[in-house]
Design a protein around this ligand. Structure first.
Ligand code: SAM
Ligand code: SF4
Length: 330
């Protein structure tokens, strides 16, 4: 069984936001004062599992848990344990997560035990004061401890860094050297115009295409064949032991090879990160519809998956999404 959308793209990757809440408030992701959803609106772990089961039956091979911060969701390990049980007995081949890393020290062992082999950790700076500022109150030592613990457990880590104008542009090479010394991959990401935070996107955005061109002079990048199936373009360099990735949705569109859809913590299926349309599965599940009906709705959603995202940041035109990134988890 395969899920193919109207543009003949094979969709085999599901990202699930397990909570909209977070223990940090990164300035490009959230407002300082966020209104989080009442718990009754959030899918239960059983509902998440049921939705995943239906996607897996239809051909989904990879599930990424995200948020908000996935590791603050109560009993998240129980969900991972249940999903892990399905691995290799069904279409499911990989479970992974994107985390801010603050709770990794506590959970690394249990994650590894329950089949998590790779994790993306979001870290925009390695400077403790700057980290505290960009996350509004975070303590970077917790993230360093979490990364080290995960590496000790044998979990592969990739660092995701959002490049923010006048904040971490000057740290790019430091981040490259730091990840290189730890032998972990690093991906740079362009700021995307999800719902307004307290600072206008125009003041946060910087083109990664420009940054790539500057870095290329020093690193003489060679395109890596080993792609992770995501939107990042990965490069090797003779000067580095690790790979550097670039995710540049605004300056280098990658929608033609999109293989994913996203479920929000309330059960809305977003077919595209950069569009506002969704199909709501919470009411379907809470009104006792059958799994066959859920599958029918998933196929319907794939038939209306748009060709490409529709966001834009500019001095004259801005096209924002009507939701913050914690709704769908990136
Ligand atoms: N809390 C977890 C974390 O930070 O990794 C998972 C959820 S977070 C929303 C997922 C990713 O989205 C993070 O790498 C974060 O840096 C990124 N992100 C958040 N807001 C963004 C924005 N406006 N543009 C680009 N990336 C963003
Ligand atoms: Fe939380 Fe991740 Fe958003 Fe930062 S990027 S506020 S860690 S959800």
């Amino acid at each position: 069984m395969q899920l193919i959308d109207q543009y003949l793209r094979k969709i085999n990757y599901l990202r699930v936001s397990v909570t909209d809440r977070c223990d940090l408030r990164c300035v490009y992701c959230m407002k300082e004062k966020m209104q989080f959803l009442p718990r009754k609106d959030i899918l239960t772990l059983e509902e998440i599992e049921r939705l995943c089961d239906n996607f897996i039956d239809l051909g989904v091979e990879k599930i990424r848990l995200t948020g908000g911060e996935p590791l603050i969701r109560k009993d998240i390990i129980k969900l991972i344990e249940k999903l892990n049980y399905k691995k290799d007995k069904t279409n499911l081949k990989e479970i992974t997560l994107t985390t801010n890393g603050t709770l990794l020290k506590k959970y690394a062992k249990q994650l590894k035990k329950n089949g998590i082999e790779r994790i993306n950790v979001s870290l925009d700076t390695i400077n403790p004061e700057k980290y505290n500022k960009i996350t509004r109150f975070g303590n970077i030592e917790k993230v360093f401890d979490g990364i080290n613990e995960s590496l000790d457990e044998g979990i592969n880590i990739k660092i995701n860094t959002v490049v923010i104008k006048d904040f971490n542009e000057d740290e790019i090479e430091k981040l490259i050297n730091w990840t290189d010394s730890k032998r972990i991959d690093l991906t740079f990401i362009e700021v995307m115009p999800m719902e307004e935070t307290d600072v206008s996107r125009e003041y946060q955005f910087i083109s990664l295409t420009e940054i790539f061109d500057k870095l290329n002079k020093k690193y003489n990048f060679k395109k890596s064949d080993n792609n992770t199936g995501g939107p990042a373009r990965f490069y090797n360099s003779d000067n580095l032991s690790t790979r550097i990735g670039f995710i540049s949705p605004l300056t280098n569109n990658f929608c033609a090879s999109c293989n994913r859809v996203r479920v929000s913590s309330t059960g809305k299926l977003f077919m595209c990160l950069g569009q506002n349309d969704y199909v709501d599965f919470r009411d379907i599940m809470r009104n006792d519809y059958s799994d066959n009906y859920i599958k029918e709705k998933i196929r319907f959603a794939l038939n209306i998956k748009p060709k490409k995202h529709d966001f834009m940041i500019g001095s004259k035109i801005n096209k924002y999404m009507k939701r913050h990134m914690n709704v769908t988890g990136g």
